[in-house]
Design a protein around this ligand. Structure first.
Ligand code: ASP
Ligand code: CP
Length: 331
């Protein structure tokens, strides 16, 4: 300690944080599925396969050693928040979790989204954000330099969910083209339906939408499908589509988006996928659900090999590992 001669704490030449890949994903925000080409999807799916193989063999690795993720959730989450945390940890990175404890963050003192984002940016390399306002992730991305990954912006989009949904369809059925995909549930407010619908316009699929009249797919999205000359039809009951369906994608009615709860009460309990209905379905059909379910799918269906929703949950981990590695230049 004499004459200001300190022994250096770190040998900074021993490890360097630098991108291994500077492809189109490096440092890029993930805000909407619109930004993914078919090649991009194939690339992420191939990386997800590698993540799966690595996780099964080693459990964890050092690919994201030295990187930190801020996981910021202004709305409840079980799967998206914990799978991003698990993804970062399996890849050897660190996490700042602002999830269930958002009430303990300065948001509860009235701090704005942008101030919170700019603050967190000083501590991390990538931010995963869920927020109740449509467009919130895009707004945040304008103010911060680190990549923002949209984990759900109100009734807008949930792009990482749609990627894992598509990956699940491909893994389960070996193809996407040629399938008849029926989406049943809250098509109006369900952001997973919005993102998956947009992604599916890149493929040769038949789309069937099933909902009560008040929860139909937004007109703008329906018009996009019609403009693209997709084979699309609307129904009010799952019974009308079940026999010819390859993928039944069920969603929860999004109670939190209703301004008038009396309207929610009118449609509550509308969907009930049970054993009787499953008897009418194809032997190779799969049932998907982004979860949480609140009564749309009977628990008895879980034992049916066609119930793919928990395999879908697992795929979310691999897709999110692939995405994190890609935006940080390590995949
Ligand atoms: N978990 C999904 C979402 O956050 C679906 C849902 O909540 O119903 O959009
Ligand atoms: N699928 C999904 O987004 O689940 P969570 O709301 O639990 O994150």
């Amino acid at each position: 300690m004499e004459n200001g001669n300190y022994t250096p704490l770190f040998n900074l030449d021993s490890f360097e944080r630098k991108p291994r890949f500077t492809n189109g994903f490096f440092q890029r925000d993930v805000l909407s599925v619109d930004q993914f080409s078919k090649d991009d999807l194939d690339y992420i799916f191939a990386r997800a396969d590698e993540m799966q193989a690595m996780s099964r063999k080693w459990g964890t690795c050092d690919l994201l050693k030295g990187y930190t993720l801020a996981c910021v959730f202004y709305e409840p989450s079980t799967r998206t928040s914990s799978s991003f945390i698990a993804a970062m940890e399996r890849l050897g990175g660190k996490v700042i979790p602002i999830t269930e404890g958002i009430q303990y963050s300065s948001v509860s003192k009235g701090e704005s989204l942008i101030d919170s984002m700019i603050t967190l940016e000083q501590y991390c390399d990538v931010i995963v954000l869920r927020h109740p306002e449509i467009g919130s992730s895009s707004t945040a991305a304008k103010y911060v330099k680190v990549p923002i990954i949209n984990a759900g912006d109100g009734a807008g989009e949930h792009p990482t969910q749609a990627l894992l949904d598509l990956y699940t369809i491909k893994s389960e059925l070996g193809t996407i083209d040629g399938l008849r995909i029926s989406m049943a549930g809250d098509l109006r407010y369900g952001r997973t339906v919005h993102s998956l619908t947009k992604l599916l316009t890149k493929y040769d699929v038949s789309l069937r939408y099933v909902s009560p009249d008040t929860l139909r797919l937004p007109l703008e999205l329906m018009n996009t499908l019609i403009d693209k000359k997709m084979d699309v039809r609307e129904f009010s009951r799952v019974e009308e589509v079940i026999e010819n369906t390859d993928v039944l994608y069920v969603t929860r009615i999004q109670k939190e988006r209703f301004t008038d709860l009396a309207q929610y009460d009118e449609v509550k309990g509308y969907f009930n996928i049970d054993a009787e209905l499953m008897q009418k379905a194809k032997e190779k059909m799969i049932v998907m659900h982004p979860l949480p379910r609140v009564g749309e799918i009977a628990y008895a269906i879980d034992k049916d090999p066609r119930a793919a929703y928990f395999r879908q949950v697992q795929n979310g981990l691999y897709i999110r590992m692939a995405l994190l590695a890609a935006v940080l230049g390590q995949a």
